[in-house]
Design a protein around this ligand. Structure first.
Ligand code: SF4
Length: 440
């Protein structure tokens, strides 16, 4: 659901490979955490094709219980496939949401037997979780509440503005959801049309009203800039309209052209001109300035929050902390093991996996890879990385010392005088992918 989370790389690629692929993109700042969350490029669930080899997660995870900060649940259903989207989401013509929930409960059972400690953050993403009916959302929320949730748990659900009404808003808030992330993308029908995004911009404020009416006090809006035909003034207008709705958080992603999306095919066919890179950089600069003036702190390359409202769940990813994952194509990170739950709803439903989650793309703990990922992800945060991680990264790969020194000399990285943390400069955020790619 989130705007244009850019999962490049192949299905079997390691996270490190995927991050390197991000570094080679034309866009410099339009990326997000989603490469870690879901990285499928399958756009429907109907065709028969080779499924990646799946294995029970219990084959890999150490026996016993494991601490995790977060829990991610993937709901793959959408009512239309947006042209820029390469998430695992599709229009389910077989109406399998009931089967989906029944299977999900089995994976909740399995996961609960392995959870230690409290879960601090829950994120139900997709897809469009709010495409589920109010009754189905009630069932889903009841499953989440079976987990040992922290008293101050942050519980986010992604929503398409068309799919939120007063009843669903009440069900979600009454169930314990305390943060919503709404895919607005643009308030200009022309640009929504370019993205083949099917919603009426007026429904964004209706959704916000419904959620506020139900008592919600924390919501994010996703926006996209760099849409073909979008001017700087258009983008500033989108930002103004978003701010007028009073969000606590804004995610502003540059449009990326992912392999196998309709948008990319249209680009290759010459059906439109992509946004000029210089103009897109101006939009990014305008975002930083407008949102700062409105009281939002930029805490990650694409994310801005009012004080105390940074998304705690996304921070779990960026700080390389562990999280559980449930639902087709969801990726998790537990006890140093990275894995992706078996993709494609049909396979996920069909596999005889009642005794374990079934996963693909398992990566065993690896110190070198873990540190590379921690560098790449941590430096996306404006807080940067601490001296201990930096020193450890250099111990593992001594040439990183020169890379850090050069990036500082070139004005892409800087060291905080008080904390000694290493972080991107404003200039560095504009070329983040190129800068970060050199550190892997
Ligand atoms: S609504 Fe569905 S198709 Fe559109 S961007 Fe979100 S997940 Fe992708």
């Amino acid at each position: 659901m989130v705007a244009c989370r850019p999962p490049p790389g192949t299905e079997s690629a390691s996270l490190g490979t995927r991050l390197r692929a991000v570094g080679s993109e034309r866009r410099h700042f339009g990326t997000s955490y989603a490469a870690i969350v879901t990285d499928l490029r399958l756009h429907d669930d109907g065709a028969t094709r080779d499924a990646p080899l799946a294995r029970p997660l219990s084959d890999f995870l150490p026996i016993g219980r494991h601490h995790a900060r977060g829990l991610y649940v993937h709901v793959p259903f959408c009512f239309h496939k947006c042209h820029y989207c390469d998430f695992y989401s599709f229009v389910d013509r077989e109406a399998r949401s009931g089967e989906f929930l029944a299977r999900l409960i089995a994976d909740v059972d399995w996961t609960l037997d392995r959870v230690a400690g409290e879960i601090d953050t829950v994120f139900i993403g997709g897809g469009t979780p709010t495409l589920l009916t109010a009754e189905e959302l009630t069932v889903l929320a009841a499953q989440i509440r079976r987990f040992p949730l922290a008293r101050d748990v942050e519980w986010t659900v992604e929503a398409n503005p068309e799919t939120i009404d007063a009843e669903k808003a009440r069900v979600l808030v009454d169930s314990g959801v305390n943060r919503m992330s709404i895919g607005a993308q643009s308030f200009d029908p022309r640009h929504l049309k370019t993205l083949e995004r099917w919603h009426d911009p007026a429904n964004v404020s209706r959704a916000v009203d419904a959620l506020r009416g139900a008592g919600l006090t924390n919501f994010n809006l996703d926006l996209i800039f760099g849409i073909p035909g979008q001017s700087l003034a258009d983008w500033q207008s989108d930002l103004s309209r978003a701010l007028a709705l009073g969000p606590e958080h804004l995610s502003c992603y540059g449009l990326t052209y992912e392999a196998n999306t309709a948008m990319t095919k249209r680009l290759e066919l010459g059906q439109f001109e992509p946004c000029d890179e210089g103009e897109e950089a101006e939009m990014y600069e305008a975002t930083v300035e407008m949102l700062a003036a409105a009281g939002f702190a930029q805490y990650e390359i694409s994310n801005y929050a009012k004080p105390g409202r940074a998304c705690r769940h996304n921070l779990v990813y960026w700080r390389s902390e562990p999280w559980w994952a449930i639902g087709p194509s969801a990726s998790g990170f537990i006890a140093g093991h990275r894995f992706k739950v078996v993709p494609r709803l049909g396979d996920w439903l069909a596999r005889e996996t009642r005794h374990s989650q079934s996963v693909v793309d398992h990566e065993a703990p690896d110190e070198g890879r873990h540190v590379s990922e921690a560098l790449m992800l941590g430096l996306r945060l404006l807080e940067g990385i601490d001296a201990a991680l930096e020193a450890h990264a250099v111990r593992l790969v001594p040439t990183r010392a020169q890379v850090f020194a050069k990036a500082i000399a070139d004005g892409f990285l800087e060291r905080d005088q008080h904390t000694s943390r290493l972080r991107l400069t404003r200039r560095g955020t504009l070329l983040a992918n190129e800068v970060l790619a050199q550190l892997v």
